[in-house]
Design a protein around this ligand. Structure first.
Ligand SMILES: Nc1ncnc2c1ncn2[C@@H]1O[C@H](COP(=O)(O)OP(=O)(O)OP(=O)(O)O)[C@@H](O)[C@H]1O
Length: 268
């Protein structure tokens, strides 16, 4: 498999604060990369670099072998934990908006056949994420899970090759999270996406990822914590079998923990 995105000796610094250092990664096309690590390890900064929102202080980022353009392009979509959608637009208009901006960059309004085409495309995308019945609802009228479905539809309407997810399911209840996991895996396959997902949930990372990266600092100066940056200290490529074995082991640990807790409760 060829590398779609490569990070070559990438550093990110703010003044004298080193956030990331020596990041050296080749991300294969159609992989699902989960990114974990302690708070402040630079995971979101890494996503912003991949998005083109942030430029590396040193090093190179290549997309398909050519330097990443200096701004976010349609080839990369992003979903954040919250607030990815426009609150004053209906679900349909939220998703149509991208088409309108591309079709009419000055006014962001399409007319006639162009508008109908954008509307149909947006409605189909919303149906694909399970929001076919919610086209005319505003984000405030949608549950947290539905809002994230909307944010995903909004990111995918531009047909990106790379989807960047920054803790997209972090604010959702466990049951809803599982539905979202099924959805994102389906979309990953059907849209032939390459996904980079930051999460704090280790089982989510292993459940979804074909590769799990852990960002952390290799070296620490206790007198100057800002002196050294983080990098990918662990890089685990997962086969389907290995991933299933890890998820099964995690579920067994959960089952055991639950039975210990229940046992204690019964003996009280
Ligand atoms: N614009 C900025 N200016 C200065 N420092 C910044 C800026 N953006 C991020 N940082 C710093 O970079 C470090 C990494 O932040 P980042 O949000 O990437 O970490 P993270 O691993 O995603 O954290 P979390 O898991 O808590 O979301 C933090 O110390 C943060 O304060």
């Amino acid at each position: 498999m060829s590398a779609l995105l490569s990070f070559q000796n990438v550093w990110l610094e703010y003044g004298d604060k080193v956030v990331l250092e020596r990041v050296e990664l080749a991300i294969a096309e159609r992989s699902f990369v989960s990114i974990v690590g302690p708070s402040g390890a630079g995971k979101s900064s890494f996503l912003r670099l991949a998005l083109g929102q942030e430029r590396p202080t040193r090093g190179k980022i290549l997309l398909d072998g050519t330097p990443l353009p200096g701004e976010c392009g349609p080839d990369r979509g992003v979903v954040f934990q919250r607030y990815s959608v426009f609150p004053h637009l209906t679900a349909l208009r939220n998703v149509m908006f991208e088409r309108e901006c591309v079709g009419a960059p000055l006014t962001a309004r399409l007319f006639g056949a162009d508008r109908r085409r954008a509307r149909d495309e947006a409605a189909a995308m919303l149906a694909e994420v399970g929001l076919g019945d919610a086209l005319d609802l505003y984000p405030a009228q949608l549950s947290g899970g539905m809002q994230q479905r909307l944010a995903i539809a909004q990111a995918l309407i531009a047909r990106p090759r790379v989807l960047l997810l920054d803790e997209p399911f972090g604010a959702l209840d466990p049951g809803i999270r599982q539905d979202m996991h099924r959805l994102i895996l389906k979309l990953w396959e059907e849209h032939a996406l390459t996904v980079l997902m930051v999460t704090h949930d280790i089982s989510e990372a292993f459940n979804l990822g074909t590769r799990v990266l852990t960002f952390d600092k290799r070296r620490v100066d206790p007198h100057a914590p800002h002196r050294f940056g983080a990098t990918a200290v662990y890089d685990l490529h997962l086969t389907r079998k290995r991933r299933e074995a890890i998820v099964e082991a995690q579920q067994e640990v959960l089952r055991l923990t639950e039975s210990v807790i229940t046992g204690k409760e019964e003996s009280l």
